[in-house]
Ligand binder design. Structure first.
Ligand code: MCN
Length: 811
């Protein structure tokens, strides 16, 4: 019997190549290409009066300069609004090159193409743009005040206002035994993949075809955009995703201006053209996320059960809304987490500001929603002097209530209906893992040594595997090797390994014999993309279904060859054999030969190899209506998302003098249904936690009042190094299979980052006894909070009581 690969913690097969430096990232390609550089706005808000290129055009090596006026046809129209929504009545998207106004520092105004990047940058510097500067709108409060407008025709800077409600929240709040209000803030952060964006394009004049390589999360999305913007048939554009050095959401916005402009230049100049983003560009010309201000009004009873929850939040959308309302919609729905809230109302305003656009970054609105809900849970516990875990448990949706429909509409326009999950089970595992009940002893011991420690926890539910579809193609070659293609892209998630595990199991072949290709429209032309932790569910299911198609065909052909019923056959180690009679076998490669009559007729060796099995070697055993070749394709399209969940706990130590925040332990319990590869999932969780630590303790985009991003470099934007990330992230899994897909899986790619801000806030609050209402929190923030708390209370300096204090009002 072959060992089942599904569920095995196999090392990632793609890694040795990448670790040895043999990867091929975008900038490794196209050494013969011309280089593109961009003239970008230095101002946050302004009208373009004039663009003067005269000083640049004499530079030796300059090939072309394009401004908005040079863009033909559809390329001159605004870029598409990817995911429209009825509530987004004032959606705005940029032009590929600014038409007559700029709305954030970094907006592209002109594209310069030259022999090499140095010349392109020099020429770009000599392009003089005259502006009439306009006062910028920076930050949520300025956007709400609306003294100034980002877009003249958008009153109040209000892109959208959306409300969803269930039950009667006003009545529930009025009747609740206790009430509490919280005002919360989450700062801007961003994806920050180590490889920035980049695109290379080659035009083939003879065939009138364009080949584009781009560091993207959606090759098919880019192909559709390039074809539409350049007025080319879809079939004339091929998009290939090379190795990608991280995406984390930012590479999903299709198309980025550069992704249509570079192909445009390649066609116009009939020369390959390449653009590689630099780090400062990534800060000011890609996308950010997270920034929200939230107000929570909650009513609850003596056990901490929520009776009514009214949430109002303001979402900073930056200058444009190319990705629609996905992020705030996710915040507003996923906020509920594992809890049953019958009376809930949420309203958000999506606001324009003169800052970089906001599109999904790993977690996509969930970290903010979880922050709101978990801060609320802790506040209730503090107010009632209850155990924080008990308050959560009192509000859980129970396993037997699944599927649980909240009565809200989720990001995909379908009901927010949890398919499965065991939230009490998740919490129980987390408490055991971190030693929740032993912590007070630890605190007392630490306190005796003059140390200040705190423990925090946070829980979440995450909609994953969002539709509409993905497909898979599986091809058994005559060598017996299996080629698998799926259309979505990979940025480091380990798809090559995980999908190979699935197909190897389905076909009964060795892992080494399976090769997986992603993100190449030549290999699989229809796909959606990699985001929303959907690849495992969507493409994992699709390649499994495609492999089953191939398996059926292989068994049928082999059955005829072996004169046995397909039902009596099995495939082991790449050999089809009669169950219980391992002596008579036929290799899958041979079946592939048999499946292709033409190949069979021409290939004497194949004939000889199969002659023993099929009485008449001149007539291969295929059905008349069989397509030639041992290959199969299938699609997976779920009715709705599947909902993963998890819980994090952290123990921190805060320095009584310097307010330094040290992580002592970090524990994760995660339920993403059946695990394809626990090692990969744990890697995903580790990476997510690392980003979460950044978001909780370090990262913020610091804009001044002029809309200048002051920390647009890795010198100034504090991403955690390995020294700041806990060296041991302790993980335990729970597997509640999803009933929605053939493998019972749920997504895992964002889990690590979702509750991080909430769990750190919980732990720091526990250590300090001060309500934590804003993230990230730095030592100096904590220092300031302590000083404020000391002014407000008469407590002596030192650890404050974690129970409800005078800082929090109970109505
Ligand atoms: N997996 C598994 N068992 C499961 C679920 C997932 O073994 N039950 C494996 C999958 O096979 C896959 C990995 O875990 O190898 C992540 O799967 P999934 O949750 O489907 O997420 P995606 O593959 O769709 O990846 C997207 C997700 C998102 S939304 C962001 S953002 C993100 C992330 O993954 N960006 C990443 N992880 C990243 N990891 C890297 N290295 N780089 C990025 O840019």
């Amino acid at each position: 019997m072959m060992t089942r690969l599904f569920g095995a913690p196999i090392k990632r097969i793609e890694d040795p190549r990448l670790l040895r430096g043999q990867g091929a990232y975008l900038d490794d390609l196209g050494s013969d290409a011309l280089a593109a550089a961009f003239v970008r706005s230095p101002h946050a808000h302004g009208r373009i009066l004039d663009i003067d290129v005269s000083d640049a055009i004499d530079i030796d090596g300059l090939v072309a300069i394009y401004t908005y006026d040079d863009l033909p046809g559809p390329l001159a129209e605004p870029l598409p609004l990817l995911i429209p929504h009825p509530a987004l009545t004032q959606g705005r998207t940029p032009h590929a090159l600014a038409k007559d106004e700029v709305n954030h520092v970094g907006e592209a105004i002109a594209m310069v193409v030259a022999r090499d990047r140095y010349i392109a940058e020099d020429a770009a510097e000599r392009v003089v743009v005259h502006y009439a500067q306009l006062p910028p709108v920076v930050g949520i409060q300025a956007a709400r005040a609306a003294d100034r407008l980002v877009h003249d025709d958008v009153p109040g800077n209000l892109g959208a206002r959306m409300t969803q409600a269930i039950g009667d929240v006003d009545a529930a709040l009025a009747a609740a035994p206790h009430r509490l209000a919280l005002d919360l803030t989450v700062e801007r952060s961003a994806s920050m993949p180590l490889e920035g964006r980049g695109v290379l394009a080659r035009w083939d004049r003879d065939s009138k075809r364009l080949r584009v390589w781009t560091s993207t999360q959606t090759s098919t999305g880019v192909r559709a955009a390039v074809a539409a913007k350049l007025d080319l048939p879809l079939g004339a554009v091929e998009v290939i995703t090379p190795d990608v050095g991280g995406g984390f959401g930012v590479k999903i916005v299709h198309p980025w201006p550069e992704e249509v402009l570079v192909p445009f230049a390649a066609r116009a100049l009939d020369r390959p053209v390449k653009f590689t983003e630099d780090r400062r560009e990534h800060f000011v010309a890609s996308a950010h996320e997270r920034a929200q201000i939230q107000h929570v009004d909650v009513g609850f009873d003596d056990q901490g059960r929520i009776h009514g929850l009214d949430v109002r939040f303001w979402h900073d959308h930056g200058a444009y809304t190319p990705y629609g309302l996905i992020v705030p919609i996710i915040t507003s729905t996923q906020l509920l987490g594992p809890y049953r809230v019958h009376d809930y109302r949420v309203t958000f305003d999506s606001l324009y500001t003169n800052t970089v656009i906001v599109t999904p970054y790993r977690g996509a609105g969930r970290p903010q929603g979880v922050f709101a809900m978990e801060r609320t849970m802790d506040a209730i516990a503090r107010a009632l002097d209850l155990d924080r875990a008990d308050v959560r448990a009192a509000n859980f949706i129970q396993p037997e209530e699944m599927p649980y429909d909240h009565g809200l509409i989720f990001q995909d326009g379908r009901p927010l209906c949890y398919d499965s999950g065991d939230y009490p089970g998740t919490l129980a595992k987390l408490k055991a893992l971190i030693g929740w009940s032993d912590f007070e002893q630890f605190r007392a011991d630490a306190r005796a040594e003059g140390r200040r420690v705190g423990i925090g926890l946070a829980m979440y539910v995450e909609g994953t595997g969002v539709g509409p579809y993905e497909g898979g193609h599986v091809h058994v070659e005559t060598s017996g090797k299996v080629k698998v293609a799926t259309g979505l892209t990979s940025q480091g998630q380990g798809h090559q390994t995980a999908f190979a595990q699935i197909v190897a199991d389905e076909l009964g072949v060795a892992l080494e014999d399976v090769e997986v290709v992603t993100g190449d429209t030549r290999r699989f032309p229809y796909a959606v993309g990699t985001f929303a932790s959907r690849a495992a569910v969507m493409s994992g299911s699709a390649v499994a279904l495609a492999a089953r198609v191939v398996r059926q065909k292989a068994l049928r052909i082999a059955g005829e060859a072996l004169e046995a019923s397909p039902d009596d056959l099995e495939i082991v180690d790449g050999q089809v054999r009669v169950k219980g009679a391992p002596g008579v076998t036929i290799g899958l490669g041979t079946v592939a030969v048999l499946s292709n009559p033409l190949r069979y007729a021409f290939d004497e060796a194949s004939k000889a190899a199969t002659q023993f099995a099929i009485g008449n070697p001149d007539k291969p055993p295929v059905d008349e209506d069989d397509e030639p070749g041992l290959e199969g394709k299938d699609y997976y399209s779920p009715a709705q998302s599947t909902f993963a969940n998890g819980a994090h706990a952290v123990i921190v130590e805060t320095d009584p003098d310097t307010a330094e925040i040290k992580i002592l332990r970090y524990c994760v319990v995660h339920d993403c249904g059946n695990l394809i590869n626990p090692r990969i999932v744990e890697g995903q969780v580790h990476g997510g936690v690392a980003q979460g630590v950044g978001g909780a303790l370090y990262e913020r985009m610091v804009y001044d009042e002029h809309g200048q991003l002051l920390n647009a470099s890795f010198m100034d934007f504090l991403m955690p190094y390995v020294t700041e990330v806990p060296s041991a992230i302790e993980i335990d899994h729970l597997e509640t299979p999803s009933p929605l897909n053939p493998l019972g899986i749920k997504g895992a790619g964002e889990a690590g980052v979702i509750p991080s801000a909430a769990v750190f806030a919980s732990a720091i609050e526990d250590a300090e006894g001060i309500p934590i209402r804003a993230m990230p929190i730095s030592p100096s923030d904590l220092f300031t909070l302590r000083a404020r708390a000391d002014r407000l209370t008469s407590e002596r300096p030192g650890p404050r009581a974690p129970a409800a204090g005078p800082l929090e009002e109970i109505a």
